[in-house]
Design a protein around this ligand. Structure first.
Ligand SMILES: CC(C)(COP(=O)(O)OP(=O)(O)OC[C@H]1O[C@@H](n2cnc3c(N)ncnc32)[C@H](O)[C@@H]1OP(=O)(O)O)[C@@H](O)C(=O)NCCC(=O)NCCS
Length: 164
């Protein structure tokens, strides 16, 4: 089932920033339309990250019989503008043999620093109060650092949090 929320939000930092209308769509992975699958796959680090691959693999898994035993399902949140352009999205996948979720985020380069990542984080935190995340560079380290008391980090990646 899809949950759709509409927000008015400042288009960027600054006092006189215009307001834009954005739509946040929350869906299970099997409810994504083919267009949404394409949009999400193309707005990612592609082969340098895991979102694209995870989206494909988890969809395959949830289509399979084996997934029936799993009560925790994958969730996707998409932030879109009025023209249905995907601005940012997040993917939460159940952790293997552990409680909770792994969470990944991606914001379109031209839309970064406008708070979309934080909006997505709030939505992920409503699903899992302590998701596991994967900082992999200074920018993502800074982003996750803001939430360091609520989220969980892969031990190998914490160097990005200590560096600043
Ligand atoms: C990490 C990422 C998702 C952040 O998205 P975003 O929409 O720019 O995030 P926000 O605008 O909500 O920023 C939230 C906070 O993160 C930090 N932050 C984000 N971008 C930053 C940057 N370039 N430099 C320093 N801090 C930054 C800031 O503390 C910011 O807080 P503020 O709004 O109070 O200044 C985005 O940079 C991205 O898509 N990176 C590529 C993919 C990636 O690394 N994903 C994370 C790993 S899965």
């Amino acid at each position: 089932m899809a949950v759709i929320r509409i927000y008015w939000k400042d288009a960027g930092p600054g006092f006189d920033s215009p307001q834009v209308h954005v739509k946040v769509i929350e869906k299970g992975i099997l409810d994504l339309t083919p267009r949404e699958m394409r949009q999400c796959k193309s707005l990612s680090l592609r082969h340098n990250g895991l979102m694209c691959e995870d989206l494909r693999d988890w969809r395959q898994f949830e289509l399979s019989k084996a997934s029936r035993r799993y009560t925790r399902k994958t969730r996707v949140w998409m932030i879109k503008d009025e023209d249905d352009r995907l601005l940012a999205w997040a993917l939460a996948t159940p952790r293997y043999k552990a409680r909770g979720y792994d969470a990944q985020f991606y914001t379109r380069k031209s839309e970064r620093g406008k708070g979309y990542g934080s909006m997505l984080m709030e939505l992920v935190l409503a699903l899992d109060a302590k998701p596991n995340v994967f900082p992999h560079d200074k920018t993502s380290g800074d982003f996750f650092k803001k939430h360091r008391n609520t989220i969980r980090f892969d031990r190998s990646d914490t160097k990005w949090l200590n560096e600043v």
